[in-house]
Ligand binder design. Structure first.
Ligand code: GLC
Length: 751
């Protein structure tokens, strides 16, 4: 598999080595700063405010052109016609007084035309290389129409699958999200922003959005500064250090302060602590929405609060342009603040090379769906599939299987398979499981297709009988269930995570046929599928796998590829367990997993007879699947980790050697994970935290000795005094195939 990735990386990078100029030497930055100052000196206040104003495109190009000519627009989102883009740029360059190019923006979250798995699926690959390739390909396709800025990566940590936007991020873990966020920034921005195929990244949503109360989108969050700094901020700091050109504020108010008016995160943290030099854009109308938050009395106050908090560009609500002149007259906003914001915006426009090269080549050959793009999308989909169960070696499907029943509403659902946030994806290009299975084995296997239900929410059970009839004639049943794409993504939250419609009834009826049942779930989030797992012989989980999801799943089902995905989020048994995640605190009364559960409680049980620990009478403590979990067609054995030392100082680097063996019959890849526990701290610490991972390809029977390097400085956290540092004491360490397995070794940190 790595060979595929390396070839793709080579193709993708060679294509642009000619234009790649690498990071600008300081001399060039000085030239840019001088050009910025020269522009600022000439610009009127209105022209400065125009640069801070982002509008969404609309059909009337004359109207748009007039605004641009007057210098009232700095960026346009949602325009993807290269002819219109060039026309609008020409107005900006040649007809406006200052001749400042526009930044054309679009949400390219997991592909422009070639759609990759949703980011949550890409996270399941635990492969930052494939994530970087996906972002690079998205940038190549999007920039080919003139888009030079995207609103990605979304790096909101969330532990709540009720939240629809869980689909858009990289899951519950701070370290995994940090690694994937950096890979995305590198992919979008390439080796240099002024490469025409590079697009400015946007680390979003800053910050804490994934902790919305109740998992209900846009809701309030109540995250302490320590939790912000230890859990939610690190991926953004990593993105800033990786050079993300822009940041976007989040819709939520945290502890009463909307992010769009929060100078602590936007100035104190982002600019002063991290030295961020790009610019900050609001989310869609999140400036004016501070009125409905009750944080601003009117548009003028909303504009004042956002500008003074450090939001440089306003997305679509138009208060900056309208209200700021008076705010300056009233000394509520300083023009020097405006100048700072405009500097940050112009700097990115210069770094993108837009002043020298604002136009897109309308005659460039179309590069959408290039074979190398589709190959990368398939590889990403293959690596994102998680094998949750595989009893009686049901998978891979054997050559003795001559008839399969392909059933379920997701077996041939080209639009749904693409997942949320695919503004420009085209279902016509989707290869569904049904199509791919026919292509892969149709010449030797008889395929009977009955969807059983028309779509995931379908309550019409009339089709179930036909599906059962098809199943009865088959050697193996392949049931494709899950979620339509509309059920996840922005504003699409669920209070119940059971399979929608009559999908569960369909699976129950299929399981009653007694035939081997392989259930494949395609969804935008973890679902509560405990019952369906019990009824299935094998279960594959594929977070909306994108354009090439079909071939990926077909190859996995027939063993041409071996599943290696791991859960990027904890799977709850029931929605009532949420929030449930692996890096939880111990509490003073940790569950001991021997608790008496609901149906075993004696009648008239004594008040304290059940023990007083932290668990649910009706759901116990453990989730359905822990973070980092995923099976393979083979098995792996881990040797005990061997530490380079058992007593270390903050400046030391701990080397962790471990043996891993493929003890089964298939060549496969394992994701080895390194977890650490800080046993005692000045504040309570998580029971374990992921600190490293690596994908390890192993031939059947192969044994390798590998190593992780862990600087002790990476065990730092924000302590009781809100200071960042490593505290001395005992630590436990695991190297395992998921967050619950393995035995620990310990080491000490000393001052
Ligand atoms: C949306 C989303 C944000 C997106 C923006 C532009 O409301 O919150 O993630 O980038 O608006 O589409």
């Amino acid at each position: 598999m790595n060979k595929v990735i390396n070839i793709i990386l080579l193709i993708v990078s060679v294509a642009f080595v000619g234009c790649v100029q690498g990071d600008k030497p300081n001399k060039e930055n000085e030239v840019i700063e001088k050009k910025i100052e020269a522009l600022i000196r000439k610009m009127t206040l209105e022209e400065k405010l125009g640069q801070m104003n982002q509008i969404t495109s609309y059909p009337n190009i004359e109207d748009l052109s007039n605004l641009i000519k007057k210098g009232e627009v700095g960026s346009i989102l949602n325009e993807i016609d290269p002819v219109r883009i060039n026309a609008l740029q020409r107005v900006a360059m040649e007809e406006s007084r200052m001749g400042i190019p526009l930044m054309m923006a679009r949400d390219v979250i997991h592909g422009f035309k070639t759609i990759f798995p949703i980011p949550l699926g890409q996270a399941a690959s635990f492969n930052p290389d494939i994530v970087e390739i996906g972002a690079r390909i998205a940038a190549i396709e999007a920039s080919s129409v003139g888009i030079r800025w995207t609103f990605a990566p979304m790096i909101d940590i969330s532990r709540d699958p009720r939240w629809g936007r869980i689909a858009e991020g990289f899951g519950e873990d701070t370290y995994l999200t940090s690694v994937m966020g950096v890979a995305s920034v590198k992919g979008y921005q390439g080796d240099s922003l002024n490469n025409p195929s590079s697009i400015a990244a946007c680390a979003k949503h800053f910050v804490g959005y994934g902790a919305v109360e109740g998992g209900r989108d846009y809701n309030s969050t109540y995250i302490s500064e320590r939790q912000l700094r230890n859990v939610f901020l690190p991926p953004f700091e990593a993105a800033a250090k990786a050079g993300s050109a822009t940041f976007m504020t989040s819709f939520n108010d945290n502890d009463g302060v909307p992010s769009t008016g929060n100078s602590f995160v936007l100035k104190d943290v982002l600019r002063k602590e991290w030295g961020f030099k790009g610019f900050v854009v609001s989310d869609w109308a999140s400036v004016s929405e501070m009125i409905s938050h009750g944080f601003a009395a009117d548009a003028a106050e909303a504009a004042m609060k956002a500008i003074n908090a450090g939001v440089d560009m306003e997305m679509v609500s138009g208060t900056y342009f309208k209200e700021t002149p008076q705010l300056i007259q009233q000394y509520k906003v300083k023009e020097s603040t405006i100048d700072e914001a405009v500097r940050d915006i112009l700097r990115i426009k210069f770094m993108l090379g837009l002043f020298d090269n604002p136009y897109v080549d309308e005659k460039a050959p179309c590069i959408f769906y290039e074979p190398s793009h589709l190959a990368a999308a398939k590889q990403a989909a293959i690596e994102s599939v998680i094998l949750l169960k595989n009893e009686k070696q049901t998978l891979p499907i054997k050559s003795s299987v001559k008839t399969v029943a392909v059933v379920g509403p997701m077996a041939d659902a080209p639009y749904e398979q693409l997942g949320t946030w695919i503004f420009d994806g085209e279902k016509e290009h989707t290869q569904t499981p049904l199509v791919a299975i026919k292509e892969l084995v149709g010449s030797s296997v008889h395929i009977i297709y009955e969807s059983g239900l028309a779509y995931s929410r379908d309550n019409n059970t009339q089709g179930i009988a036909k599906a059962v009839a098809a199943a009865s004639k088959a050697d193996v049943i392949l049931a494709f269930v899950g979620e339509e794409s509309i059920l996840s993504g922005e504003a699409h939250c669920l209070a119940d995570l059971n399979l929608q419609g009559k999908q569960s009834e369909l699976l129950e009826a299929l399981s009653k046929t007694g035939k081997p049942l392989v259930t494949v779930v395609m969804a935008g989030r973890p679902l509560t599928i405990e019952k369906e797992v019990e009824q299935s012989d094998a279960v594959l989980y594929s977070f909306h796998p994108g354009t090439m999801g079909g071939p990926a799943l077909a190859e996995i089902l027939w063993g041409e590829a071996v599943p290696s995905g791991k859960t990027p989020m904890t799977f709850p048994k029931v929605v009532g367990q949420i929030p449930v995640y692996y890096s939880h605190n111990t509490t003073g009364r940790p569950a001991n997993r021997t608790e008496v559960l609901l149906h075993n409680i004696p009648v008239e049980a004594g008040q304290t007879s059940l023990g007083c620990t932290s668990f649910y009478l009706d759901a116990g403590f453990d989730p359905l699947y822990p973070f980092g979990y995923g099976l393979s067609y083979t098995t792996f054995h881990y040797g005990a980790p061997v530490l380079s030392a058992t007593e270390l100082k903050e400046k030391d680097v701990l080397t962790v050697e471990f043996e891993i063996e493929n003890t089964g019959n298939y060549d496969a890849t394992e994701v080895a994970q390194l977890y650490v526990q800080d046993k005692v701290g000045s504040v309570t610490r998580p029971v374990k935290e992921l600190k490293r991972f690596m994908r390890v390809p192993l031939k059947a029977g192969e044994k390798r000795t590998l190593r992780f390097e862990l600087p002790i400085s990476e065990l730092a956290f924000w302590n009781v005094d809100m200071k960042y540092g490593v505290e001395p004491g005992e630590f436990n360490l695991w190297v395992a195939g998921d967050s619950q397995s393995g035995s620990s070794v310990s080491f000490k940190v000393v001052l």
